[in-house]
Design a protein around this ligand. Structure first.
Ligand code: SF4
Length: 155
């Protein structure tokens, strides 16, 4: 859409996106594809299975269900081959990263960790809310006493 409105620089993806570290040819293919789409401002075509198919592969990706992700791809063999070019070991099919960002910088995994952390925080705060009587507003002197205790290092 933004290409149609005249945007000069668009972000591109390579065919190996979320499957593996792209090589020179993958980068060229990604840029060629972008130029083709960007030059004429054509919107992206949806997958053959529609939004449900798109969602299914996205969920498989987010869950690191690599086999499902390959099988849900437009071309399962090529998808698996892209993945295996850099991480061929069977153990990599259950890994929570691919070779594109690696284990320390996989945004899919980091997002999962943040979600789990936030969920735990929500439950902790929910428990605290119940422990303090389930009232939204607490007496000011009680809050001040708790803050003082926290500052003093008591918990
Ligand atoms: S390492 Fe994770 S975020 Fe990066 S491309 Fe692979 S699956 Fe996607």
């Amino acid at each position: 859409m933004i290409g149609w409105f005249g945007t000069a620089m668009l972000c591109y993806v390579t065919p190996k996106e979320h499957l593996g570290l792209p090589d020179r040819k993958d980068v060229k293919d990604g840029v060629d594809h972008l130029q083709d789409r960007g030059a004429c401002g054509r919107p992206r075509q949806g997958p053959p299975g529609g939004p449900a198919a798109d969602d299914a592969v996205s969920r498989a990706r987010f869950d690191f269900r690599w086999r499902d992700q390959f099988n849900l791809a437009l071309d399962p063999e090529t998808a698996e081959d892209f993945h295996d070019q850099t991480l061929p070991a069977e153990g990599a099919k259950i890994a929570h990263f691919c070779s594109m960002c690696g284990p320390k910088f996989c945004s899919m995994q980091i997002t999962q960790e943040i979600r789990e952390f936030a969920e735990k925080g929500m439950f902790d705060m929910s428990d605290k809310f119940k422990e303090t009587g389930g009232e939204l507003y607490q007496p000011a002197d009680k809050v001040a006493a708790e803050a003082a205790a926290l500052e003093a290092g008591d918990d």
